[in-house]
Design a protein around this ligand. Structure first.
Ligand SMILES: [Zn+2]
Length: 297
């Protein structure tokens, strides 16, 4: 509503001020352009005519201009965010891979980085960002205790990556009492929320060791529990850039919707660009975690 109102005022201004007709044409020709672009363009024109006396009685006040522009942007990104949440494109299957919903692209994989943010996560996030690849970083509580570590988590989140809960101390949940399992999961979500402003919506158990209790708890906490399709960087044979790149690209487990497990490790960081390039060469795209259905439909 507000956007339409602003555009209406600005269009009126353009007519009153007798601006060039090509400005009007530009606006009229692109009704489907994002509102913020149109209103920004129009606002430039408003600034030009503002110095003229005849616009004084118009309802657009100089001091409100920036605020209104910000609000318009905020509104637009909120709508975009909501739209994505309302229309998930991928649903996780029983093997923790992803099936497309409707006509979503089939040949895609999900990138996940566990045991973050240790020594390499920020750099890995930078590589992913540079190569335009979304991912989930699964975080442990013992890695976000110092101010520096908290900052690293915030930085990764601010770069646009999804943050997942990987338990506080990386213990095997099957060896813990129910109360101990809860202590590994809920306080970590609280802590993550304190740092990034939102609770994680993805959960992965250390070693993929899930208990019935943890599954139920994770669901109550509004998180989607996932293991993975394949991963190799924790095995001695693949703690090396070349060996890891080769296996990640050549494994017969790689297929449409695969859920790729990687870790915050130096050799994985080194292999990451080649793994991404190799996947793209094979025709794979990457699932944006925000496109994953997290609630039962
Ligand atoms: Zn782990």
């Amino acid at each position: 509503m507000k956007t339409k109102y602003i555009i209406a005022i600005l269009l009126t201004l353009l007519f009153v001020a007798g601006c060039q007709t090509n400005d009007e044409t530009e606006l009229n020709d692109q009704p489907s352009e994002p509102a913020q672009e149109s209103s920004e363009d129009a606002e430039k024109d408003v600034e030009e005519v503002d110095s003229e006396e005849e616009t004084k009685d118009m309802e657009v006040e100089d001091s409100d201009e920036t605020k209104e522009e910000d609000e318009t942007k905020e509104e637009a990104s909120d709508i975009e965010e909501q739209k994505q949440k309302q229309t998930p494109k991928y649903k996780m299957n029983d093997l923790f891979g992803f099936d497309p919903i409707d006509d979503a692209e089939e040949q895609v994989v999900l990138m996940t980085i566990d045991d973050a943010p240790d020594q390499n996560a920020v750099e890995m996030a930078e590589i992913l960002t540079e190569m335009n690849v979304p991912a989930i970083f699964f975080v442990n509580g013992h890695f976000i205790e110092s101010e520096e570590e908290k900052k690293a988590l915030k930085q990764i989140h601010d770069m646009g990556f999804a943050i997942g809960n990987h338990t506080y101390d990386h213990k095997n949940l099957k060896e813990l009492t129910e109360e101990e399992q809860r202590e590994q999961i809920v306080p970590l979500s609280d802590e993550i929320e304190k740092i990034i402003g939102e609770r994680p919506i993805f959960f992965r158990a250390p070693h993929g060791a899930n208990t019935d209790y943890a599954k139920e708890l994770v669901k109550e906490e509004g998180m989607l529990l996932m293991n993975w399709s394949f991963g190799y960087d924790f095995k001695a044979d693949y703690m090396d850039k070349e060996a890891l790149t080769t296996i990640m690209l050549e494994t017969e487990l790689l297929g449409n919707g695969s859920n790729l497990l990687m870790h915050d490790r130096e050799w994985t960081k080194e292999a990451l660009p080649d793994i991404i390039t190799g996947l793209r060469d094979k025709g794979f795209g990457f699932i944006d975690p925000s496109e994953i259905q997290t609630k039962d439909s």
